[in-house]
Write a protein that binds this ligand. Structure first.
Ligand code: HT7
Ligand code: ZN
Length: 891
């Protein structure tokens, strides 16, 4: 279709003051009656009332109680237009829809016998005719009526007004949301659910009711989500002075859901994956994810709901900011559980490392490919394709840079001003940054370029030591590569946190030329031009620079460091993030060098010095185990492929297998010793200290299994059989599956037998097998396994979690197997994308994106991929979602 352009924004001539909805819920024929009070917007050019509608059967429409006059009502490509002259008009619209046939999981759909809605971004228009845009904010009342036996629970946004029984086994409920909201935040749920409830007081002393609604059999898995909600409420009160504004806040878990969760006002709807967790079924990572997604959706109540987006180009206004807020929350929660300041700093770094791993593995490839877009895009064909790592993760990095530049207090002042100006409004990213600038008297004009420029900037650093002048000059230069539609890039405003490490491994106090005193040992330099130089004085010997501490900007740092220097920073950098980064850079260098050898058919050899640096961290018992686990884990293949030119998955996989085997063998005694002394005693608790030990222990097991000696297999099998929680059981299974030990099949079988009725646990089982590497040439290929698993009764193409685990795991997290030389992986991809697209374009489009970065591969691989891209492009009846992805990939 025609792209929508940001510049084309126009307010609508008519807004909506109130909406009264009445749902007569029925699987095949749900009747939706809607009364809209439409009001002329004095700030907009004259025009008709614009109503969007998709797939609706219109039963009746009345304007101020009357049938439309001849020519007053027009059908358009996207819905209806009504010509009216009054300032205020009441519309009564009745439509019919078929929830049971809706497999898109957008709009009103059914899951396991219940009714659920998903309206962001444009799902409301497939429920009823409405000016379905985020700048139309209205007050809603909702009446729902359904079969009382099938759907005993009837929920919608806001406060419950009334419930009652009706003839024929039906019942109803009426809800009212006192806050004006855009239609994308509307929600209803009608299902057979039970709630865990808590009553808590807000900071100002109001009692509020919290509920987490799940199927009855899952009630033993909701405690953690409830705790997470209460922690989130407290944190937003303490850190931002923001309180829950409703008397009731509900979370509902649903098994069929396209994304993670949805922040509907007062009625958050979640993918079960991000609600349910107990020690038997959820890993430490699941617990962490539940906590951060619950927090994310809760934080949207202010950043997204009370102040919302004027149009969908502004999506990062709510998403980047809310991701930043949930990242800060997680870091605070991790630090709070630590028993010393050093431990707290390390815990924060572990959170930051996870954020940056996600950015480098997910957003960098996006920014380097055909879908590259600024965090505030300029155009889109299908908005659902723009819920991206760029809008979310890079968007959060942009907010973090504001926090770094303005300081904690300055940032908070900016937030306070933002709410004081814009509460109840639909606004733009310029409005947000404008508040930050105004509250701090800061000039953020150049900073705004982060909102309009795509691509990952390269930051080059060169240091020159002057022994005579006892000074160190640091020159920072920036450039951003061209991206589709943006050939020329301008310099950005980049905060660069810098430290200088002395020869003894201790940070030097920093004094810039012209300053009277030395200050802190980490300074934030503000790079605004293409190139700038800073001179540090009073430096007695050549220092080692530690740049971009804490990852102060989302850039690729280009600095010449030899192996010895990386090893030095791995051992001494006082900034734990940069210590991790030094280890990852070293590992990347080694892995890519091995891959080059493998590609050339030469023998691979792991440099001894790397083994020493690696071992020094492994055996250092004074470091936080969670930190060590992050530091010694291999960089993701997705990230390494991005760094490899040209990308070639087969030799890279050979290199990673070789590297992990060599380390596993050379350090087997050390891995075993750490494995033994990291055992966690006592009952499982989700606590960063315990989780860190489990993480490092599982990592040791994986390296040991990579080498594959009998002790390793025995240990893994024993851990698998005797594990008292899912983190240990899954860790052992993962170690077994990532090996060629015959015991892996037995373990997979046992795991399946134990959890065959547990959908979320089976997702892990599917994922592990989809991601399995081939450790020996005669091992069966993953593709055949994946195809066979599609016949497992628990697998379903219409359940997104299943698709993301089995197909997503194979297409996106198993490069060497997916990109097999015979092209069978690609043929399978084309077949599945087309099949998925018939029912659920959002999920199909996500799978389609697995090949968008095809131009980074070798010419031979590109030639094979082009064939299937063209094949999908030519498929009949392709959705706009997949059409946009494939079209951009081939452009
Ligand atoms: N704001 C929510 C986005 C979302 C979504 C978007 C398109 C299609 C389905 C969706 N489900 C949820 C999620 C969030 O960022 O909090
Ligand atoms: Zn969000």
């Amino acid at each position: 279709g025609t792209p929508v352009r940001r510049e084309a924004y126009q307010p609508l001539a008519y807004g909506v003051e109130t909406v009264d909805l009445d749902f007569l819920l029925d699987p095949k024929a749900t009747q939706v009656s809607s009364r809209l009070v439409c009001v002329r917007n004095p700030d907009a050019p004259a025009g008709p009332i614009v109503l969007f509608g998709e797939g609706l059967e219109l039963l009746s429409l009345h304007i101020d109680g009357a049938e439309p006059a001849a020519g007053q009502l027009r059908k358009t490509d996207s819905g209806l237009e009504l010509d009216v002259s009054a300032e205020r008009v009441v519309l009564d619209i009745v439509t019919r829809i078929d929830p049971s046939a809706n497999l898109t999981l957008s709009g009103l759909y059914q899951s396991r016998g219940g009714y659920y809605t998903q309206c962001e971004a444009e799902g409301f228009r497939s429920i009823t005719y409405f000016p379905d845009r985020p700048d139309i904010m209205a007050r809603y009342t909702v009446r729902l009526e359904a079969d009382a036996a099938a759907c005993p629970v009837l929920l919608s946004n806001g406060n419950l007004l009334e419930t009652g029984n009706l003839p024929n086994g039906r019942h109803f409920a009426r809800w009212e949301d006192p806050f004006p909201k855009p239609s994308y935040l509307f929600a209803l749920v009608a299902a057979d659910l039970k709630a865990l409830e808590r009553k808590v007081d807000t900071a100002s002393g109001r009692e509020v009711l919290l509920q987490v609604w799940v199927e009855e059999r899952d009630l033993d898995r909701v405690g953690h989500a409830m705790d997470s909600l209460i922690h989130s409420m407290r944190w937003d009160e303490e850190v931002f002075g923001l309180e829950l504004d409703l008397d009731r806040f509900m979370i509902v878990a649903v098994s069929d859901f396209n994304m993670g969760a949805m922040e509907n006002k007062g009625l958050n709807i979640f993918n079960t994956k991000y609600v349910l967790a107990n020690p038997e079924t959820g890993t430490d990572l699941d617990f962490e994810n539940v906590e951060s997604v619950v927090a994310h959706e809760y934080f949207h109540n202010w950043t997204g709901n009370r102040v919302t987006c004027r149009d969908w180009f502004q999506l990062t206004l709510k998403e980047g900011l809310t991701v930043f807020r949930d990242q800060q929350f997680t870091a605070d929660m991790m630090a709070r559980a630590s028993d010393s300041p050093d431990a707290a700093a390390s815990a924060r770094a572990v959170t930051r490392i996870a954020n940056v791993r996600g950015l480098r593995g997910g957003q960098f490839p996006e920014d380097a490919g055909p879908m590259a877009h600024p965090i505030r895009p300029d155009s889109y064909q299908e908005i659902n394709n723009f819920y991206t790592a760029t809008v979310y993760q890079k968007g959060a990095e942009v907010i973090r840079m504001l926090h770094t530049l303005l300081g904690r207090e300055g940032f908070r002042n900016g937030m306070d001003l933002y709410f004081s100006y814009h509460d109840g409004q639909a606004v733009t990213c310029d409005d947000f940054v404008g508040c930050m600038a105004e509250a701090n008297g800061a000039d953020l004009d150049r900073f705004m370029r982060w909102y309009s420029q795509a691509g990952t900037p390269r930051l080059k650093a060169e240091g020159v030591y002057d022994p005579a002048g006892r000074s160190y000059s640091l020159t920072l230069s920036q450039s951003t590569p061209a991206t589709p539609g943006q050939a020329d890039k301008l310099p950005l405003h980049i905060p660069v946190a810098v430290g200088l490490i002395g020869a003894d491994g201790v940070d030097l106090p920093l004094q810039l030329e012209g300053e009277a005193h030395a200050g802190d040992s980490t300074r934030v330099l503000e790079l605004k031009d293409a190139s700038q130089t800073w001179r540090f004085t009073g430096i007695d010997a050549e220092p080692v620079p530690s740049l971009l501490r804490g990852y102060s900007a989302p850039v690729i740092l280009d600095v010449v460091e030899d192996d010895a220097r990386l090893a030095f920073r791995m051992a001494h950098d006082s900034d734990p993030f940069n210590r991790w980064d030094a280890a990852q850079r070293y590992m990347e260098r080694v892995a890519l060098a091995l891959a080059a050898e493998a590609a050339a058919g030469r023998p691979m050899e792991v440099p001894q010095a790397f083994g020493h640096a690696f071992r020094a961290l492994l055996v250092n018992a004074s470091l936080d185990p969670a930190f060590v686990a992050e530091t010694l884990a291999l960089p993701s293949e997705a990230y390494l492929l991005e760094r490899m030119q040209p990308a070639d998955p087969a030799p890279l996989r050979a290199a990673l297998i070789h590297l992990s085997r060599e380390l596993g063998q050379a350090l087997q005694g050390d891995f075993l010793a750490r494995y033994m002394d990291l055992e966690v005693d006592g009952e499982y608790r989700y606590h960063p200290a315990d989780a860190g030990k489990r993480a490092l222990r599982n990592l040791c097991l994986r390296y040991m299994m990579a080498w594959g000696g009998p002790t390793a297999v025995q240990l893994a099998s024993l851990q698998f059989k005797t594990a008292g929680n899912m983190t240990e059981r899954y860790g052992a299974l993962a170690a077994l599956v990532q090996s060629d030990a015959p015991e892996r099949l037995e373990a997979l079988e046992a795991f399946h037998e134990r959890y065959k009725d547990d959908a979320l646990v089976l997702d892990k089982w599917f994922l592990l097998q989809a991601c399995a590497w081939r450790w020996s040439a005669d091992a069966p290929a993953t593709l055949e396994r994946v195809r066979a698993l599609m016949d497992n009764p628990a697998f379903s193409l219409s359940n997104p979690n299943k698709v993301y685990s089995l197909l997503g795991g194979y297409f996106k997290a198993n490069a060497a197997e997916f990109h097999r030389e015979d092209g069978a992986g690609y043929a399978f991809w084309a077949e599945q994308v087309v099949a998925l697209d018939r029912n659920n374009p959002q999920v199909a489009s996500r799978m389609a994106r697995a090949l968008e970065g095809w131009r980074k591969f070798t010419p031979a691989i590109q030639a094979r991929i082009r064939v299937v891209l063209e094949q999908v492009a030519g498929a009949e009846g392709l959705s706009p979602d997949v059409t946009e992805i494939i079209g951009k990939a081939l452009a």
